[in-house]
Design a protein around this ligand. Structure first.
Ligand code: ATP
Ligand code: MG
Length: 716
């Protein structure tokens, strides 16, 4: 008889055990959310170490985030003790790629102490190349090229692999040529970018059989979590490493593939069985995380996607509370409502660590942050920055500070060459000298230095324009409402255009953040009052060890779980995003739906979904309708309530009563023409001031019959 069962096997169900104990040969674990995939993978790691099948340095384990890597290390540490200390190859693809590349840098023409460039450096370099190639950077922005190169790298394409068709995607066919030059420049300065961390290692493995064999021998076992979100280069890299021993275990869920915009290919799951014939395919069907209502709600939504591999899920947990769907009047009410609910959770003795707010777009966090600061609710933003700490927000604030306060040198320094206007380090040094000599702030020195011949003509022109602009903005500040000032300033300075030139999803997010900033300003009396608020907000850093509510995007929440989850902004145009709607077709819409599935399945006990009837988008009030995903929630798993009438008729009545010129209430067009008031004229930030004090009988949100969900819920 075997000795007492090792601790890591305790409580695992039969398929999980199979995943742990099938150590040899390829293993594919495909299963829905919360079925213990990550738990099984962690136990498998513990098992390999505990039974001495491999030393820690002989296991390659890939997680999706650094946080997940840390957690896995901790969990294995608890299971098998110190053995985990030396797990050098447990981490994200990028971390592991960087480590390998340092060892073999010379094989791709780098030295082992190469620098990893950040986006700014990368863009500066690309811009130089674009100019040197006699191209107009305005027509062919560096950011567009950066995005394209990134895409190629994610696909595992080196410059030699770029054909004429691909090359055509930038500057009339010159994309390939510039890619090649970029790679050459990087080598010359002994640097690489993020994409290179994997592409270069792939090149090394492909071109140096001895190195490949060394790693194939070293890695006795390979494991990959969140496998559905690997992209091509990651896949090719894994396949090479695993080819010899074929001891590779991947776990994933096709329904949770949410990174196709970054090149992830869910098809990698299907390829796996082809590339590793005879793989043990293990299905997990028992969900340990969520109540039946939560699973039923999530299953009802995802059932609307086509082409799924399809999975059954069941749970033994008590039926619990239904998913709550709450309709509110507008964004501020949404934040207030969530704040109140969390406050009652806290008073009922729940820890704030067990509560999360998940948003579709990062700009949505701002409203919650402001509210939580106002009521003293500790919170943290995970997987991103607090709103006012984001780079684009700091830039915009710096512009506003310079206008508000001429002596704000720090702010001036931040924006003097953002966007790039040809004011290099030399010009700045001269400016600093003069400022020091005369004891004047930089803005004054800037005006004075224009009368000298200390600057190059180009720098002088650029600085002259900036000084003129700042003076004009100061004048405007006396007349214009401050949100309007901000809007114009961001346009005239070229700051907005800088981000518009970049067509990436990230840049779109930054633009949304800027709109949100302008929106936030409308809630304050003056520019000064707003800036005061911001500096107070920035100062508040809760002690990290105190319990805090977590606010994060759904993307960042992948793999995590919380007792109570608030899902904010489930409206057409926000979630699914306007981008997905504009693109048409089902591809992006289905990815949004998978996001909805990921979002709901983060909850253990309670999920609350919110949608507002009005949002201010790009400074304009827009009526919105509940997300189609709300309508896809099966009626038997939800409780709906609204704090006002769901229909447009009452608003119309209200508006026409007041003979308001904005009475043409838009009906359900999302971002529509909708009903809008001129920007900057809103006083209280709420349409129809007294409106809120009236209560209406709750009319249920429209619920359509659920289509047959592929998730069967039952207490086995
Ligand atoms: P996701 O798809 O969201 O990444 P997952 O499949 O990786 O989910 P886990 O995070 O591993 O799921 O597990 C979900 C929850 O279920 C965790 O709280 C975990 O501790 C618990 N769990 C996993 N397996 C078991 C089990 N056999 N018995 C009891 N609880 C379990
Ligand atoms: Mg997981």
């Amino acid at each position: 008889t075997p000795l007492a069962e090792p601790p890591y096997l305790k409580g695992l169900n039969p398929p999980q055990r199979e995943a742990v104990l099938t150590t040899e040969g390829p293993v594919l674990m495909l299963a829905g959310a919360g079925t213990g995939k990550t738990a099984a993978l962690t136990a498998r790691l513990a098992h390999l170490l505990y039974t001495r099948r491999a030393w820690p340095s002989e296991i390659l384990a890939v997680t999706f985030t650094n946080k997940a890597a840390r957690e896995m290390k901790e969990r294995v540490g608890r299971l098998v003790g110190d053995a985990v200390e030396g797990m050098p190859w447990l981490g994200t693809f990028h971390a592991i790629g960087a480590k390998m590349l340092r060892r073999h840098a010379e094989l791709v023409g780098l030295q082992s102490n190469f620098t990893i460039l950040d986006t700014d450096d990368q863009l500066r370099l690309l811009k130089q190349l674009i100019v040197a190639a006699d191209l107009d950077e305005k027509r062919f922005p560096a950011r567009a090229l950066a995005g394209l190169i990134d895409e190629w790298k994610n696909k595992g394409l080196t410059p030699a692999d770029i054909d004429a068709g691909e090359s055509e995607r930038y500057a009339n066919g010159r994309g390939g040529e510039l890619y090649e030059q970029y790679q050459a420049r990087l080598k010359a300065v002994n640097a690489c970018d993020f994409g290179d961390l994997l592409l270069h290692t792939l090149t090394v493995l492909r071109t140096h059989r001895d190195v490949l064999e060394q790693y194939q021998n070293r890695f006795k076992y390979i494991m990959v979590d969140e496998y559905q979100d690997t992209n091509s280069v990651q896949y090719l890299w894994l396949r090479l490493l695993a080819q010899a021993r074929r001891n590779i275990a991947c776990v994933g869920d096709d329904d949770q593939s949410i990174y196709s915009w970054r090149g992830a290919q869910v098809e990698n799951i299907l390829r796996f069985e082809k590339d590793f014939p005879g793989a043990a395919v293990i299905k997990l069907e028992q969900n340990y995380r969520s109540t039946p209502h939560i699973l039923g709600a999530a299953g009802g939504v995802i059932a609307n996607n086509s082409g799924r591999l399809g999975k059954q899920l069941w749970t033994e947990l008590d039926v619990g509370e239904k998913v709550r769907v709450v309709g509110v009047w507008d964004g501020p009410e949404e934040a207030r409502r969530v704040g109140d609910e969390i406050d009652s959770c806290r008073r009922a003795g729940k820890s704030l660590d067990d509560v999360a707010i998940l948003v579709r777009a990062s700009h949505q966090t701002r409203e919650f942050e402001d509210r939580f600061i106002a009521i003293g609710m500790p919170y943290k933003i995970v997987g991103g920055f607090r709103f006012y700490e984001r780079a684009e927000i700091r830039d915009a604030l710096a512009y506003l500070r310079v206008v508000n306060q001429p002596a704000d040198d720090l702010a001036f320094e931040r924006i003097v060459n953002v966007p790039k206007r040809g004011l290099g380090d030399k010009a700045l040094a001269k400016l600093h000298q003069l400022a020091r000599r005369t004891g004047a702030p930089l803005t004054h020195a800037a005006a004075r230095i224009l009368d000298t011949d200390e600057l190059t003509p180009q720098a002088r022109r650029a600085l002259g324009n900036l000084v003129g602009d700042i003076a004009r903005w100061r004048d405007m500040a006396r007349e214009l409402p401050h949100p309007e000032l901000a809007r114009q300033l961001l346009d005239e300075s070229g700051y907005t255009a800088m981000w518009q030139a970049e067509k990436s999803a990230e840049a779109a997010g930054r633009l949304e953040n800027l709109s949100e900033l302008v929106r936030a300003m409308e809630e304050y009396e003056s520019l000064g009052a707003f800036l005061e608020h911001v500096s107070l907000v920035m100062d508040k850093e809760g002690a990290a060890q105190d319990p805090q509510v977590t606010i994060m995007t759904i993307h960042a929440a992948k793999g995590l779980e919380f007792d109570t989850v608030f899902l904010a902004g489930w409206e057409e145009g926000l979630f699914p995003s306007q981008r997905a709607l504009d693109e048409g077709g089902t591809r992006s819409l289905e990815e949004e739906r998978r996001l909805a599935y990921v979002a709901i399945t983060r909850a253990r006990r309670l999920a609350v979904i919110l949608h507002a009837a009005n949002r201010r988008i790009y400074g304009q009030w827009t009526s919105s309708i509940p997300s189609r995903f709300v309508n896809e929630l099966p009626a038997e798993h939800i409780d709906s309530e609204t704090t006002m009438s769901g229909g447009a008729s009452l608003w119309q009545a209200n508006w026409s009563e007041r003979a308001d010129p904005f009475a043409d209430v838009g009906r359900g067009t999302g971002r529509g023409p909708g009903w809008q008031r001129a920007a900057g004229t809103l006083d209280s930030g709420k349409p129809g001031g007294d409106w809120k004090s009236r209560t209406f009988s709750a009319a249920p949100t429209r619920i359509v019959e659920s289509r047959a969900p592929s998730v069967s819920i039952g207490n086995k």
